[in-house]
Design a protein around this ligand. Structure first.
Ligand code: HEM
Length: 82
């Protein structure tokens, strides 16, 4: 398929709330998780803590995310790369 668009961390940081849409990074991948916020098994308030930035610091604390099925959900929301 075509290459993904490339974004800066500054652009990602702008997308830190539902009005601007909610973006996060994982590694060098960028995701628009707005449509997943209400579906998150850990609740909306928790997932929004990562809005506009990297998932890694949060997933280091909540290690249940380090599973194949969680990464599959995440990758369904990929929109770009850093
Ligand atoms: C649980 C996805 C971000 C906190 C889960 C589960 C999924 C998920 C699929 C259920 C896992 C299972 O039981 O097998 C995601 C995705 C995220 C994200 C796709 C980002 C795009 C976060 C963040 C936090 C967080 C940033 C914390 C700041 C939690 C907690 C649970 C959980 C506490 C456990 C809920 C429970 O079992 O009671 N998440 N999560 N998540 N998540 Fe997330």
């Amino acid at each position: 398929g075509p290459p993904f668009p490339v974004f800066t961390r500054q652009e990602v940081a702008h997308h830190d709330n539902e009005a601007n849409r909610v973006w996060v990074t994982y590694g060098t991948n960028v995701f628009d998780i707005t449509d997943f916020v209400e579906l998150h098994p850990g609740g909306k308030s928790k997932i929004l803590l990562a809005a506009g930035g990297a998932l890694e610091p949060f997933w280091a604390l909540y290690a249940m995310h380090n599973q194949e099925h969680v990464l599959e959900i995440l990758h369904g929301y990929k929109i770009g790369e850093l």
